[in-house]
Ligand binder design. Structure first.
Ligand code: TYD
Length: 204
């Protein structure tokens, strides 16, 4: 019997390497005969991609940033994520609400109850089935980013910002450990792949 389609998210600070592993993860699921949709946040819809362009480039109040992230998310959920899951397609998203708690909450200091309120508003009855959290010391992540020529508004932040983002991610993990797989992203890409392979075996 076909099991229910799953919603899986990839999270971590910029430079943790999650995007590199995400495509490969989706390909392995496809090789196992699953229909898989790869998407990202902010983005994933036409409106969401417009908002992404603004969010990554235009300075704004931290709470405006949080509201726009969740506005893009609502559109993404209603137009893309729920319809895919309903037709039996697995959804793999490069970031979701944990990123808002980490970046707008931890990084920018938006109050946790406000973010929790937005989360309830936008997706009370939907959470990822699994979140792969790529955890890495900030110095290592920064070093990887320094090879990148064009840095967006978030990537241009200082190390202290990313330390707070990392801690807020780990706090989300501690509050809800059963939803997460914590991955040591400082390992070699091969070692990370081996960890992800184990996760896939437990999923399919
Ligand atoms: P990212 O996912 O790192 O994409 P790329 O690999 O193309 O740079 O970029 C998205 C940025 O948006 C990242 O710096 C984190 C930020 N972000 C938030 O601050 N809050 C959110 O809710 C989401 C989804 C992303």
């Amino acid at each position: 019997m076909m099991s229910k389609a799953k919603f899986i998210t990839f999270e971590g600070v910029d430079g943790a390497g999650k995007s590199t592993h995400l495509q490969w993860f989706a390909d392995v699921l496809r090789q196992r005969g699953l229909e898989v949709l790869v998407t990202r946040e902010p983005g994933g819809t036409s409106l969401g991609e417009h908002l992404r362009e603004i969010l990554l480039n235009q300075p704004m109040h931290a709470e405006t940033e949080a509201l726009l992230m969740f506005a893009a998310r609502l559109e993404h959920i209603e137009q893309v994520i729920r319809p895919a899951l309903r037709r039996g397609t697995w959804v793999v998203s490069d970031r979701f609400s944990d990123a808002s708690f980490a970046y707008q909450g931890g990084g920018r200091g938006v109050a946790l109850p406000k973010l929790e309120q937005l989360e309830r508003w936008v997706h009370e009855d939907l959470q990822p089935d699994l979140t792969l959290l790529f955890d890495i010391p900030i110095e290592v992540a920064r070093q990887r980013l320094s090879n990148n020529a064009s840095l967006d508004r978030f990537e241009q932040e200082q190390g202290g910002f990313f330390e707070k983002v990392r801690q807020a991610y780990l706090e989300r993990y501690r509050k809800n450990p059963q939803r997460f797989a914590l991955i040591d992203a400082a390992q070699t890409p091969e070692a990370v792949k081996a960890d992800i392979e184990k996760i896939i075996r437990s999923l399919t």
